[in-house]
Design a protein around this ligand. Structure first.
Ligand code: CA
Length: 232
């Protein structure tokens, strides 16, 4: 499946130029000329990477980057900042906020494509591509981070997705709350295990009747029920 790149750039000529070079390199591209539409598009279509101009008519790109990195659902979305503001302050601020790379205008489109590829390769290095897991009416696609219930997409946050993915891949086994914290929240997390319960509850609610497949193991953690034939 080809990676989809979202280009957030108010200058239409530049957006078109980037789109042209990325398409030629085999990527699918979407373009947003405003911050507002970009945030909406990211929420809805989950691109693989965002190329983000800093000077946009309705919001500073730095602010968009900050918002993306603060939200669970988008904190791992790679961001490449592209801007005419080449000041050291902006560059450092962008990278501190979690941008994955920074390219100053004027730029070489070829170099931009190479940098996009490099970021995506780094991302892929985090985990090998896996076949979707199908458990009766439930499909969990780790590559696209999508979950389907009876062929309908289920809208999960990144944390909910990771919880479901982790539990379902080792279904039948008990996952301790501490394991879930380190596996799902990782190094970013500094709170207590009660957070796990809150998120599990939200995940169960979103899964409807299948929510009961995530069983509570009292005093320990959770277990995804081993599917039995009647479930499938
Ligand atoms: Ca601009």
């Amino acid at each position: 499946m080809a990676n989809r790149i979202l280009i957030v750039e108010d200058e239409k000529d530049i957006a078109e130029l980037i789109g042209f070079h990325l398409s030629r390199a085999g990527f699918h591209t979407d373009v947003c000329h405003q911050a507002f539409t970009a945030l909406e598009s990211i929420r809805k279509s989950r691109p693989s990477l965002v190329i983000l101009d800093l000077m946009l008519p309705d919001m500073d790109g730095i602010e968009i980057c900050k918002r993306l990195k603060l939200q669970e659902a988008t904190q791992d979305l790679p961001v490449l900042i592209l801007t005419a503001r080449s000041g050291e302050r902006d560059r450092i601020l962008g990278l501190e906020l979690g941008a994955d790379d920074y390219v100053s205008k004027p730029f070489s489109p070829r170099e931009l494509v190479l940098r996009v590829r490099a970021i995506l390769r780094r991302m892929e290095g985090r985990g090998p591509s896996r076949a979707p897991l199908v458990l009766g009416p439930l499909t969990i696609d780790s590559d696209s981070h999508r979950v389907y219930l009876h062929n309908q997409a289920v809208d999960l946050t990144l944390i909910e997705f990771k919880l479901l993915e982790y539990l379902s891949r080792q279904r039948g086994k008990v996952a301790r709350r501490e394991d879930l914290l380190s596996e799902v929240w990782g190094y970013r997390y500094e709170g207590g295990t009660r957070t796990v319960d809150t998120h599990i509850q939200r995940l169960r609610n979103k899964l409807g009747t299948l929510g009961e497949w995530i069983e509570t193991v009292r005093g320990v953690g959770y277990r995804f029920r081993e599917a039995e034939s009647e479930d499938i």
